[in-house]
Design a protein. Structure first.
Length: 276
């Protein structure tokens, strides 16, 4: 059986392929990247008699060596894994020039064109930022709790928008465009609702990812932007990203199952270059 693992910073994703069926599982990451860790991830597989391969990417996958018992290990560069998996899930033509936004703990931008994947930009702002700031400001790093709070709040209660700070339009920007994230906070002595703070955090991260992605897309003359990773599962963040991208004429694609694009891409890349 052909299987793959993406050792992410926060979550480890596994893929196994049975015929045309893709089976995905996830669990929180461990600092350990070893053969024992792999066996824990696939407790039902006998690596001494497995007729397929193990594809690995992310984290410290090179520590695993070239074989686990009698099963060959194929190491896949993380940029190639993200690119291949994202393009497969998006259904877009490889002839198109595409910017892939991998929105995980941080955010990476990858240019995809004709099967060639190039890391072209990124930021340390991502899902990990949402969790970190929420723990500091809200006392929780539970993603579901943060999402619930953000969905009930409004970033407009903590952010300054253009009409708050200028007397007229700036270019084609709408008057409700964010001018200063959390800009209202130092100007008033009131306590801010947790819901509004959560919405402000999510908005900050979504806008940052979008503005980096759209800037890179224009530089590379890309036709499309594809967003994968777990961070877009924050509905508020996805909305902020979409709205910020729309300011430059882009409508990002959010392919189904984008949370495991890297693990899937590792498996697909390994299938192209199977072990001898």
């Amino acid at each position: 059986m052909n299987i793959s693992v993406d050792f992410g910073i926060t979550v480890t994703d596994t893929i196994r392929k049975k015929g045309s069926e893709i089976i995905h599982k996830m669990e929180l990451s461990s600092e350990e990247v070893s053969h024992n860790r792999v066996k824990d991830l696939f407790p039902d597989i006998d690596f001494s008699s497995n007729s397929g391969f193990l594809a690995v990417t992310g984290g410290k996958h090179l520590q695993l060596g070239e074989i686990i018992e009698s099963t060959p290990i194929i190491h896949v560069n993380e940029i190639d894994a993200i690119g291949e998996g994202s393009m497969h899930l998006s259904g877009l033509s490889k002839e198109q020039s595409v910017i892939i936004v991998s929105a995980g703990s941080g955010t990476a931008c990858i240019h995809a064109h004709k099967g060639i994947f190039t890391h072209c930009s990124g930021t340390g702002v991502g899902g990990g930022t949402v969790l970190g700031l929420s723990k500091l400001m809200l006392g929780t790093d539970n993603p579901e709790e943060i999402a619930l709070l953000a969905n009930k709040g409004s970033e407009g209660n903590v952010d300054l928008i253009l009409e708050d700070v200028v007397s007229g339009p700036i270019g084609q920007l709408p008057s409700d465009t964010t001018a200063v994230n959390f800009g209202k906070v130092p100007k008033v002595n009131d306590r801010f609702a947790k819901e509004d703070i959560a919405a402000g955090i999510v908005n900050l991260v979504g806008q940052t990812a979008a503005r980096i992605a759209t800037s890179v897309a224009m530089i590379f003359k890309a036709d499309q932007i594809v967003v994968v990773g777990r961070t877009p599962t924050f509905i508020g963040l996805r909305n902020s990203l979409e709205q910020a991208a729309a300011l430059t004429g882009f409508t990002p694609h959010f392919p189904e199952n984008g949370e495991y694009a890297s693990a899937l891409g590792a498996l697909l890349m390994a299938e192209k270059n199977p072990p001898n």
